[in-house]
Ligand binder design. Structure first.
Ligand SMILES: NCCCNCCCCCS
Ligand SMILES: [Zn+2]
Length: 343
């Protein structure tokens, strides 16, 4: 299995987030990548490659052009006011406020293009974001080119990013960009299986009215957990996409027994869909020691998750999403990939 990664993720460092009412160092930290690479390096299956450049066009297949342009200029606008510290949004719309205008100032634009204060930007963020999308697209090149699987070690993650909105540490939706690229490369039906602890609200929203991309999410119940305002079981798609979105919300304290029942249901849905290719949004914040999450999966469980995904017997691209227990993130990611390859 080829592992695609880039040191350019390191440009997204020194950022912060608003957690429990305080500005704290971001949980989505650079060390996550090194821990994953170290763990994979100890296994007999990973070949590391760097991404090829794909430009912005593939991003704009799923994201709004003005949003992508904003991501590229945000740091310049922020520092133009003399601010040399991380950029965070502070102001958002309430229902009933205008949505047909884009503010002229960076503080207004940050609020227009975000849904939370989890999307902190620094000087190197945009370069890291572009590299992460290239990592996902290089994974598509490999799998669409005939490889059975690949692992796109994306950082920052992407599954919370909507077409025109960043949030939850996510700027460009790497998995959505990959799914669209598979469609453009001839796959008629693409399934996205999001196993991150948090609902992939952005991925759901991007494909919500489309029958060609099935989105399945297994995640913490939004009544209890971020992203709070999307991810309920009654969200099954809209228009032509009705029936092509499936959410499996689970309560805090869910262990592998409960979690794997949802995985079996999601895999059955993917099999019934007849997916030509599967994109896995691989978050391992389902782990029992994750600092911001409340599920109880343990490291051996990720071997079983990988094996269950392999049983789909479809070309598969793993795209890295969340996982914040840095000391265990490597083992849990490597176990998922090993379980997949061992089957
Ligand atoms: N207590 C809720 C804090 C959530 N903060 C954002 C989490 C983003 C996860 C990305 S996978
Ligand atoms: Zn997550």
């Amino acid at each position: 299995m080829k592992i695609i990664h880039s040191p350019r993720h390191l440009g997204h460092s020194g950022h912060v987030e608003l957690m429990n009412g305080r500005v704290v160092p971001a949980f989505e930290k650079p060390e996550r990548v090194a821990m994953i690479l170290n763990a994979i390096g100890e296994r007999p299956f990973g070949t590391l490659i760097e991404p090829a450049a794909h430009g912005l066009d593939p991003l704009m297949k799923v994201h709004d052009e003005d949003y992508v342009r904003f991501l590229g200029e945000a740091w310049k606008l922020w520092t133009a006011d003399g601010r040399d510290f991380p950029a965070l949004p502070s102001f958002w719309r309430a229902p009933g406020m205008r949505t047909d205008i884009v503010p002229k100032t960076i503080d207004g634009k940050l609020g227009h293009y975000s849904f939370d204060a989890g999307c902190c930007m620094v000087a190197g963020t945009w370069d890291a974001v572009q590299a992460a999308a290239d990592i996902a697209l290089t994974g598509v090149d490999l799998v669409a080119g005939g490889e059975k699987s690949a692992f796109s070690l994306c950082r920052p993650p992407g599954h919370h990013a909507h077409a025109g909105t960043m949030g939850g540490y996510c700027f460009i939706n790497n998995a959505a960009v990959a799914a669209q690229s598979f469609r453009d490369r001839g796959a008629a039906r693409v399934a996205i299986l999001d196993v991150d602890y948090h609902h992939g609200n952005g991925t759901q929203a991007i494909f919500y009215d489309r029958p060609d991309v099935l989105v399945c999410n297994i995640h913490a119940d939004p009544l209890q957990e971020f992203p709070y305002f999307l991810g309920f079981a009654d969200e099954t798609g809209a228009g032509a996409g009705e029936g092509f979105n499936a959410n499996y919300p689970l309560p805090w304290g869910t262990d592998y027994t409960g979690w794997s029942a949802a995985l079996d249901a999601a895999c059955a849905r993917i099999e019934a869909f007849g997916a030509d290719v599967v994109v896995v949004s691989l978050g391992v914040d389902t782990y029992k020691e994750d600092p911001i999450s409340q599920f109880l999966l343990d490291s051996p469980d990720y071997l079983k998750i990988g094996a269950r995904i392999a049983a789909l017997a479809r070309p598969t691209l793993f795209v890295m999403e969340g996982g914040y227990a840095v000391e265990a993130i490597g083992v849990n990611v490597a176990n998922t990939l090993e379980g997949f390859l061992q089957r």
